[in-house]
Design a protein around this ligand. Structure first.
Ligand SMILES: *Cc1c(COP(=O)(O)O)cnc(C)c1O
Length: 244
């Protein structure tokens, strides 16, 4: 390992330890086991050296929001699907023409939000002989700019997925509205996370759908997300610094 990489790894290890300490404290406040929370290090826009340093620092799960960037990084440092020891999560939107690349490189997909996409994934996953674990993204903030299904369309959508044998829904995913001041973490963000959890709890289940996991919480709100039941937090800037 080069001197630069070990310096970077030491820096990332310190930041990761601080994030883990906050995860543990949040779990303790609500009586949860910290082992039930997966830290996904969102490495988008950062070079592969940063991911290598993250691995060196003990991080095991990485997230990207663009397939092209995922392909570059997972090509160099494969996830489980590529025979590696880490896990790659595609946390951003997926276009039809990028599905095969995603199946090649992503261990988990977090942004399933239409039946058309489910059908296209299913066809290609069958051909690739794999089952893609997916989170269904829900637009809990109601902002037009956010992707995701409308909450009241979710359960019908989940029922429709029974037809697809090559994707498996493992949970729900959402982004909360950005809090413009600290008060809004309680008045806006927390109720949105509670809403996502309620949507999971009130679904009866279907053959290839189980909603045991909730992918919610980013650098600015992951502690509240954990208090409200997040099992997968997607943290970028708190680990790697600002993306500028
Ligand atoms: C960028 C991104 C994150 C991480 O954001 P930070 O605020 O840097 O922690 C999480 N989820 C998604 C979908 C993202 O695109």
């Amino acid at each position: 390992m080069s001197a630069d990489l070990s310096l970077l790894a030491a820096d990332i290890r310190a930041r990761a330890e601080a994030v883990y300490a906050r995860i543990h404290a949040a779990c303790e406040r609500v009586g949860r086991d910290p082992d039930g929370v997966r830290l996904i290090a969102v490495s988008k826009t950062f070079p592969i050296e940063v991911v290598r340093a993250g691995v060196e620092a003990g991080l095991t799960d990485f997230g990207e929001n663009r397939v092209q960037e995922l392909e570059e990084k997972a090509g160099a440092l494969p996830g489980e699907v590529g025979g590696g020891a880490i896990h790659w999560h595609l946390v951003g939107p997926l276009q039809k023409n990028k599905i095969n690349k995603t199946l090649e490189h992503a261990d988990v997909f977090h942004a399933l939000d239409s039946e058309k996409l489910a059908k296209d994934i299913d066809t290609r996953a069958a051909r690739a002989e794999r089952i893609l674990p997916c989170f269904v993204q829900v637009n809990i903030s109601g902002e037009d700019s956010k992707s995701g299904l409308a909450p009241d369309a979710l359960h019908t959508f989940l029922d429709s997925l029974a037809a697809y044998q090559h994707l498996r829904v493992v949970g729900l995913m959402a982004l909360a509205a950005p809090a413009v001041n600290p008060d809004e973490l309680e008045t806006v963000v927390r109720p949105q996370f509670q809403h996502l959890r309620r949507l999971a709890e009130t679904y009866d289940g279907s053959v290839n759908v189980s909603l045991d996991r909730l992918s919610m919480g980013m650098s600015g709100d992951f502690e509240i997300a954990i208090e409200e039941g997040a099992t997968d937090v997607r943290v970028g800037s708190a680990l790697f610094g600002s993306r500028g």
